[in-house]
Design a protein around this ligand. Structure first.
Ligand SMILES: Nc1ncnc2c1ncn2[C@@H]1O[C@H](COP(=O)(O)OP(=O)(O)OP(=O)(O)O)[C@@H](O)[C@H]1O
Ligand SMILES: [Mg+2]
Length: 510
């Protein structure tokens, strides 16, 4: 219930200050202030805004609404001449900002799309700089009076401190996010630096020879191969053997970024480019300057992003989202996919011109079943690495005959599947010997049939075993680039239909 008499100024100052300082994040603090104020003055909404000189705009830092239906402007882009006039007004104390005050104020209220509201504005200054304002709005006209303005003059100081602190806090949060991001990159680089490539002189000999040929050059490379064959590890090897090795290696998983964020993720954005773009952000291409950018899962790139990527490939130039300045970068591009891009071009799902550009130097990494000689070596390598990770002093032994059995398996998930299998086996039998007895049911039916023609009679049984095996490998995942449907080369809906028919249970394990 509103009271007619305004509170004592000291009491008002004390209560406002305690509430605006009650929380490190400004939004709940402003809500607490709002709860207090709505009992003593007409109030439907409050906005705390920052003045951004570089953009010629105001940005809402926090808002609190009594009436949630009122629209809150996020960024108010103001025409230049109006901006200049507002700047020169030099309001230092609380003023009633109803439309009737002046033409400029009316224009500003119209830009905010806040019609039919009374508006009281508390300008917040730091030295000679107006850093923002706190605004109160109430439905209807003429709700605020000079007595209200006089009362609110008492809290200009704490409100200014609160806005400064909120902006400093936002900036710290931004730094924190950048640091977390950088840290992730560096950890990954560290990890990659210690990853060995097994099979350099055996199954991957030809691949490694091509890596050595292409590494010193600057050309685009397209890595092709089934999932888990080692495309990323080879992309890393090319970068590490190139003259750019001391520059950044920036990975982009084109399939993992939501479509509406792809442009800003790849090319960055300027401050104010869209709601939420509260600071400028470098995109992956800019971050890769002087190094290599690895565009993983390139087949998943949406059509519009394909157009923009083509331009970067042709000119090494792009603009940030919301920016007009062309940014030139010195980068080497490595792309990878487990898909058949040629088919995707025929089906109009991948641009032909982009494919031509990417396909100038294709490098095919053979599936594990075509380089069986590497399997025992890889198994022993992963046994060592995973034992160390699990803190085991000595890797357990492998039971006799197991390595040849591993070599016979078809490995639809390639090296990654082998790596995961070794880890699981190690967790189950820390003491050893490792017998990999869980492998048998996952052996593709074709392989069983080849060894033992009498073992399978029924096609449904074959499908049941094979689908179960692939699901086991993908941890139950059906959809997506690493899902069972993609591995089996069928649509997710088709796979679900078959699972229903065969009675194969659903359930993600990771
Ligand atoms: N020759 C190899 N020697 C050692 N480790 C390997 C080798 N090939 C692959 N790996 C390991 O296997 C895992 C899968 O490799 P990677 O991520 O490079 O495959 P990928 O082809 O990019 O797979 P996806 O298409 O699923 O992204 C990684 O942990 C990688 O370190
Ligand atoms: Mg990969």
């Amino acid at each position: 219930m509103k009271v007619e008499i305004l509170p004592d100024k000291d009491e008002f100052f004390r209560e406002f200050t305690v509430r605006i300082c009650s929380c490190l994040t400004i939004k709940p603090a402003l809500e607490s202030v709002c709860n207090y104020l709505k009992e003593i003055v007409p109030l439907d909404m409050m906005i705390l805004a920052e003045r951004d000189e570089s953009l010629g705009s105001f940005r809402t830092v926090a808002e609190a609404a009594v009436d949630a239906s009122l629209p809150t402007p996020t960024i108010l882009a103001i025409p230049k001449d109006l901006w200049m006039r507002i700047r020169s007004l030099n309001y230092r104390s609380t003023f009633l900002a109803d439309d009737s005050v002046s033409n400029d104020v009316r224009e500003l209220n119209a830009i905010s799309k806040l019609y039919g509201l009374s508006h009281m504005c508390i300008p917040l200054w730091r030295d000679d700089n107006m850093i923002g304002f706190l605004s109160l709005f109430a439905k209807g006209s003429g709700k605020y009076h000079q007595a209200h303005a006089d009362l609110f003059d008492t809290i200009i100081h704490p409100a200014t401190i609160a806005l400064s602190n909120a902006l400093a806090h936002e900036e710290l949060m931004r730094y924190r996010d950048t640091l977390i991001d950088e840290n992730r990159f560096l950890n990954k680089e560290l990890l990659n630096a210690t990853t060995r490539i097994i099979g350099e002189t055996t199954g991957l000999k030809q691949v490694i020879e091509m890596v050595k040929q292409v590494a010193p050059l600057n050309n685009t490379v397209l890595l092709l191969g089934e999932t888990g064959t080692g495309k990323e590890i080879i992309a890393n090897a090319i970068h590490s053997a190139s003259p750019r090795k001391n520059g950044p290696f920036i990975k982009v998983n084109c399939g993992a970024i939501p479509e509406h964020l792809i442009d800003s993720e790849l090319f960055g954005h300027d401050k104010g480019a869209f709601t939420g773009a509260i600071s400028e952000k470098k995109g992956r291409f800019e971050r890769a300057n002087g190094g290599t950018i690895f565009l993983d899962e390139i087949g998943e790139l949406p059509q519009l992003a394909q157009v923009r990527l083509l331009r970067v490939l042709q000119t090494r130039e792009f603009e940030r989202v919301g920016g007009t300045r062309a940014i030139k970068v010195d980068i080497r591009i490595i792309a990878a996919t487990h898909r058949n891009l040629e088919n995707m071009v025929t089906e109009n799902r991948f641009r032909e011109d982009l494919w031509f550009r990417l396909n100038a130097f294709p490098l095919f990494i053979p599936p594990l079943r075509q380089r069986k000689e590497d399997i025992p070596m890889l198994a022993r390598y992963f046994l060592q690495v995973k034992s160390r990770e699990l803190g085991l002093r000595m890797p357990p032994s492998i039971a006799p005959g197991v390595l040849s059995r591993l070599a016979e398996y078809a490995w639809p998930g390639n090296v990654r599947e082998l790596e995961n299998l070794v880890e699981r086996e190690l967790i189950r039998h820390r003491e050893g010997p490792l017998s990999f007895d869980t492998l048998e049911p996952r052996t593709p039916p074709t392989a069983i049939a080849a060894r033992n023609p009498g073992a399978i009679t029924n096609l449904d049984q074959v499908n049941f075993n094979h689908i179960s095996a692939v699901l086991e490998m993908t941890g139950g995942r059906i959809q997506g680039p690493h899902g069972a449907a993609a591995l089996l080369g069928i649509k997710a809906t088709t796979l679900r239909g078959r699972m229903d028919k065969l009675g194969i249970p659903y359930g993600r394990k990771n």
